[in-house]
Design a protein around this ligand. Structure first.
Ligand SMILES: *[C@@H]1O[C@H](CO)[C@@H](O)[C@H](O)[C@H]1NC(C)=O
Ligand SMILES: *[C@@H]1O[C@H](CO)[C@@H](O)[C@H](O)[C@H]1NC(C)=O
Ligand SMILES: *[C@@H]1O[C@H](CO)[C@@H](O)[C@H](O)[C@H]1NC(C)=O
Ligand SMILES: *[C@@H]1O[C@H](CO)[C@@H](O)[C@H](O)[C@H]1NC(C)=O
Ligand SMILES: *[C@@H]1O[C@H](CO)[C@@H](O)[C@H](O)[C@H]1NC(C)=O
Ligand SMILES: *[C@@H]1O[C@H](CO)[C@@H](O)[C@H](O)[C@H]1NC(C)=O
Ligand SMILES: *[C@@H]1O[C@H](CO)[C@@H](O)[C@H](O)[C@H]1NC(C)=O
Ligand SMILES: *[C@@H]1O[C@H](CO)[C@@H](O)[C@H](O)[C@H]1NC(C)=O
Ligand SMILES: *[C@@H]1O[C@H](CO)[C@@H](O)[C@H](O)[C@H]1NC(C)=O
Ligand SMILES: *[C@@H]1O[C@H](CO)[C@@H](O)[C@H](O)[C@H]1NC(C)=O
Ligand SMILES: *[C@@H]1O[C@H](CO)[C@@H](O)[C@H](O)[C@H]1NC(C)=O
Ligand SMILES: *[C@@H]1O[C@H](CO)[C@@H](O)[C@H](O)[C@H]1NC(C)=O
Ligand SMILES: [Cu+2]
Length: 558
């Protein structure tokens, strides 16, 4: 009898498989984000923070490739809120991208807004975060996009998956931190702790819990590591364990092994951890990277990888953290990243370029009568410190409202100088709300050139609406004659946020196949606040599916 029924079950299963071989149907997934205040205690101090559904970090959004996502965000707090789905292409759905005053007005107290977008052709790990003022410091969470049903990972399926969100925690209200800094014209206070899934781990003179990753000997774990840090690039390490990197920013990479991950704000890194050490406890360490004279939060966040059946009081195996200025570690990590470039996931890097842009990025100093020194630190791209408008750029573009922005953002510096040499004597910048216009389907190369004004610094630079290929990087000034000959046009890594090395450059390429208005900015929030940002306007194409969709009826008003 038992045999017969199991045969029957197998037959039914077989019939189902024959009739519906592999279900590749995409579905619509609904989420509700209630934005509410909660008290949270970290490093011995309690504060009231804005949360999504009471959680810090916020809830994980799960979906599969090609699914449609509907998120109703309801604002029950005093603060203005928007949510950005970082790394989601938002093909034709720029209204759901989220950056305040770029694509939408904030969702104000008592209001709601439905974000509605598809995850077309994307799979892997991303993050969502608030995109107004400094709210993203506390309002963020992971996005997990599984492959379509029946489609395997291009690596052995791990036994379990874990989400690891890295962050920074201030004991003070973060808006107070940046408001004070802007008033003084000085850099803002650094954070008081780094966090792993919201937890700093033991801190000086304070009992503070840490994150524990429970593992079983011999099993493999897919760690989906998200950096929701605000102003610092980070190192991530696990004592005595190697990590195999398989995906960054929701694009598959050629697998490579490393003991240290370098990750900037807004970046994601998915790695396989094999529990291949003797049972015990192993430290997880998250520490800052900074290879110039800028202050960082030097607290190492710690957690533990704990094997099953580890004795209660067994000591934790420790690890050293990379020196704060470990530039070679960052270079070796960045240089190891290559696109998988397989038959299923081919590289499609533009080979001919319509717009060849050079963006000089860095800080500057402007006069400020009310500031501490009579001056304020600012930041700029090609000497433009971008000023947010009060009407969102996308509305202005879509409805043809004039007077919101100008279309003269300089594609190359107006006054070239030795970017990484002695700075010009005049280090003032110009205020502007300028965009750079791109025809639909045109190809773009941007060389981000770091400048050494005041202090050169590494800038994790993020482009909305696109993935780009990172075709080259180097130290010093970009050499337009010789450097392009060394570009990797075969298997460059594809991402949405890339670090521009201190006193160096990074070259990216992308195709402007997504009509709308797309923000580009340094993902160190302090630099964004100071003006290191701009936007591209990508015009509609002529074809049937080459125009931005009309705005939804509940689009917030300013
Ligand atoms: C946070 O704690 C304060 C002081 O105990 C209390 O007045 C307030 O209602 C709490 N807020 C929330 C959102 O729980
Ligand atoms: C989402 O957008 C699609 C069109 O892009 C529309 O058909 C659908 O009604 C929208 N859903 C919601 C809940 O707004
Ligand atoms: C920033 O740090 C200074 C010096 O420690 C402190 O006096 C000030 O209160 C801090 N500002 C905020 C907003 O926490
Ligand atoms: C921790 O407490 C000790 C003893 O009270 C004190 O000397 C030390 O400065 C404190 N450290 C921190 C970081 O507060
Ligand atoms: C962190 O360490 C660096 C290098 O030792 C130091 O220059 C910096 O001032 C430290 N930051 C803070 C906030 O103490
Ligand atoms: C970890 O610590 C245990 C003792 O708790 C020790 O036996 C083991 O060798 C250590 N493993 C590594 C890789 O250091
Ligand atoms: C502002 O003044 C402080 C203290 O005098 C000095 O250390 C700092 O370099 C000055 N900053 C700028 C941007 O001029
Ligand atoms: C530039 O813009 C900022 C606001 O972002 C403003 O505070 C400042 O006064 C402006 N400066 C000039 C010279 O217009
Ligand atoms: C730019 O400055 C660097 C550093 O001072 C120097 O080595 C280089 O020769 C300068 N380049 C040019 C073109 O002047
Ligand atoms: C930047 O703009 C300011 C203000 O217009 C100007 O004084 C300065 O010379 C410009 N610098 C560069 C490098 O273009
Ligand atoms: C974009 O341009 C490429 C190269 O010229 C062409 O192959 C492709 O068909 C174009 N795509 C669209 C949607 O127009
Ligand atoms: C919230 O957004 C509205 C619309 O842009 C604006 O008028 C208001 O000043 C903002 N409130 C805060 C606290 O920033
Ligand atoms: Cu920056």
């Amino acid at each position: 009898m038992a045999l017969a029924s199991s045969w029957l079950r197998a037959l039914v299963l077989l019939a189902v498989l024959v009739l519906f071989p592999v279900s590749v149907e995409s579905v619509t997934r609904h989420y509700k984000f209630n934005v509410v205040m909660r008290n949270k205690t970290r490093v011995c101090a309690t504060k009231s923070i804005v949360t999504v559904n009471g959680k810090f970090p916020g809830p994980t959004l799960y979906a599969r490739e090609d699914d449609t996502i509907i998120v109703k965000v309801v604002n029950h707090v005093q603060e203005n809120v928007t949510i950005h789905w970082h790394g989601v292409r938002q093909l034709r759905t720029g209204w759901s991208d989220g950056p305040a005053y770029i694509t939408q007005c904030p969702i104000q107290t008592g209001q709601s807004y439905i974000y509605n977008f598809s995850l077309t052709g994307q799979r892997g790990t991303l993050l969502w975060h608030a995109h107004v003022n400094w709210l993203r410091a506390i309002v963020h969470g992971a996005i997990v996009i599984l492959p379509k049903r029946g489609i395997p990972y291009p690596f052995p399926k791990p036994d379990k998956e874990e989400i690891i969100v890295l962050g920074e925690w201030w004991k003070s209200d973060v808006e107070a931190v940046i408001n004070q800094a802007m008033q003084l014209g000085q850099p803002p206070n650094v954070s008081d702790a780094h966090t792993i899934n919201g937890l700093p781990g033991p801190a000086p003179n304070c009992s503070s819990t840490g994150y524990t990753l429970h593992v079983e000997s011999g099993k493999t774990y897919l760690l989906r590591i998200v950096s929701a840090a605000l102003n610092e690039e980070l190192f991530f390490k696990i004592a005595a364990h190697q990590l195999t990197i398989v995906e960054v920013d929701a694009t598959y990479t050629k697998p490579f092994r490393t003991d240290t991950i370098f990750i900037g704000p807004g970046q994601t890194t998915t790695a396989i951890l094999t529990a291949d050490q003797v049972a015990g406890k192993y430290l997880i360490a998250v520490s800052p990277f900074m290879d110039t004279t800028v202050a960082t939060d030097n607290q190492t966040a710690t957690g533990v990888v704990r094997y099953k059946s580890t004795a209660a009081f067994s000591p934790t195996n420790l690890t050293t953290i990379p020196p704060r200025n470990a530039t070679p570690v960052t270079n070796s990590f960045a240089d190891s990243l290559r696109s998988l470039n397989s038959k299923e996931y081919p590289v499609n890097v533009p080979l001919s370029i319509d717009h060849s842009l050079l963006f000089a990025i860095g800080v500057g100093v402007n006069p400020c009568a009310t500031c501490l020194n009579g001056s304020r630190v600012v930041a700029a791209i090609n000497n433009v410190s971008f000023v947010l408008p009060s009407t969102p750029l996308l509305q202005a573009h879509y409805y043809g409202i004039s007077g919101v922005y100008t279309e003269d953002f300089p594609g190359t510096p107006l006054m070239p100088f030795n970017y990484t040499g002695t700075p010009p004597t005049n280090i003032q910048t110009t205020n502007g709300t300028e965009v750079y216009k791109l025809a639909f389907n045109s190809t773009v190369q941007i060389v981000f050139q770091g400048t050494s004004i005041i202090a050169p610094e590494s800038h994790p630079t993020h482009l909305h609406g696109f993935n780009f290929y990172v075709v080259g990087k180097g130290l010093g000034n970009f050499d337009p004659k010789n450097d392009p000959q060394k570009f990797n046009l075969v298997d460059p890594v594809e991402r949405n946020t890339v670090s521009v090395p201190t006193a160096g450059w990074t070259a990216i390429r992308f195709r402007a196949d997504n009509p709308g208005v797309w923000f580009l900015h340094c993902h160190l929030e302090v630099h964004t606040t100071w003006g290191l940002k701009m936007a591209f306007v990508v015009e509609n194409g002529l074809g049937p599916n080459e125009s931005i969709l009309p705005p939804p009826s509940d689009l917030p008003k300013c």
